[in-house]
Write a protein that binds this ligand. Structure first.
Ligand code: PEP
Ligand code: MG
Length: 325
């Protein structure tokens, strides 16, 4: 199976009716770039930068971060690299002396909340990313945005980081794009208010499922309740894609759903044109894209959105995959 998929590495991901699909990769460390290149991914849709910060007593300085980000940008010249700012908390705790494990890790001082509580650390990371943007096509992604004020605060620090570099004549890509992760239901509900402030959205279906259903994504006792295809989750995903497309903003899915080939046609039917997944999943998703028609997927996806019973939703997704297109 692996060898036949290998033939797809240099093929463009295009549906039978001509929709061009971007298949990007998720990475955790610069050394993952090799895997990205091996499968011929269209760049990095999610660089989980927190992996540079884990298991160490002292957080990485600006220079170390700059080199890590630049390494990826340079290796993937011509392709875009979306770097997510620190998403600490939940299952990813810092090992520094002053780190307080939140009372409820999923609902505590996580991700952008942590960054806003530590503005100097956040500014250091933003400067490192901006500096690296002089060497490739980098985008900045803010995790776990839940309100307008929080986005404004994060953007204010981003503008401050730009000013700091400008004052010192340090080059960076002045047209760099800034986007947010949509992984909390509140962000979907207020998305029309957030969209004018940003360039793109990346949907984190892992956390979106967790927070919509109030089910801990890592708790084995409740995995049976963790349903990525719950009708409420599917509606939030569809609404996000639809709002972004109408507003002409970029939108991708970077949660596990994007790499699940059984869901490729459903997401295509929702209007998704950019997916980001583990490198090892890129070719099997590409195989599905090549055999799909976006028009037929659209009709079938609309039908899935009318269903409320999980058995019917599952059956329709199965049918969607078994039909010729
Ligand atoms: C997500 O929540 O879907 C996501 C991509 O982020 P992470 O898995 O790193 O929380
Ligand atoms: Mg997440």
């Amino acid at each position: 199976h692996q060898t036949s998929l290998g033939n797809l590495v240099y093929q463009r991901a295009r549906t039978l009716d001509g929709s061009e699909i971007k298949l990007m990769a998720n990475i955790e460390l610069p050394s993952d770039v090799q895997a990205v290149q091996q499968v011929g991914a269209d760049g990095v849709g999610l660089f989980r930068s927190e992996f540079l910060f884990l298991n160490r007593l002292h957080l990485p300085e600006e220079e170390e971060q700059f080199i890590a980000y630049k390494t990826v940008a340079v290796a993937l010249v011509g392709q875009s690299v979306t770097i997510r700012t620190l998403d600490i908390g939940a299952d990813k705790n810092l090992a520094t002396d002053d780190y307080i494990t939140p009372l409820n890790p999923a609902l505590g001082l996580r991700a952008v909340r942590y960054s806003l509580a530590h503005p100097d650390m956040f500014l250091t990371q933003l400067r490192a990313i901006l500096r690296a943007s002089a060497y490739g096509k980098i985008k900045i992604l803010l995790p776990m945005i839940s309100s307008l004020e929080q986005l404004q605060q994060a953007l204010n620090l981003y503008y401050k980081a730009r000013e700091q570099l400008t004052e010192k004549n340090i080059p960076f890509d002045r047209s760099i794009q800034v986007g947010i992760m949509v992984e909390i239901p509140s962000a979907v509900i207020i998305l029309p208010i957030l969209l004018p402030l940003i360039d793109f959205v990346s949907i984190g279906t892992n956390d979106l499922t967790q927070y919509t259903l109030a089910v801990d994504r890592g708790d084995a006792e409740v995995t049976h309740l963790y349903e990525e295809t719950h009708p409420a989750v599917l509606r939030l995903i569809f609404n996000t894609i639809d709002l972004c497309r109408r507003a002409k903003k970029g939108v991708s899915v970077c949660g596990e759903m994007a790499g699940d080939a059984k869901l490729t046609r459903l997401l295509l039917g929702f209007g998704l044109r950019e997916f980001s997944m583990q490198p090892a999943q890129v070719l099997s998703v590409k195989e599905r894209v090549l055999k799909a028609s976006s028009k037929k997927s659209r009709k079938a996806a609309e039908d899935v959105l009318l269903q409320y019973e999980q058995v019917k939703i599952r059956q329709r997704i199965k049918d969607l995959n078994q039909k010729a297109h």
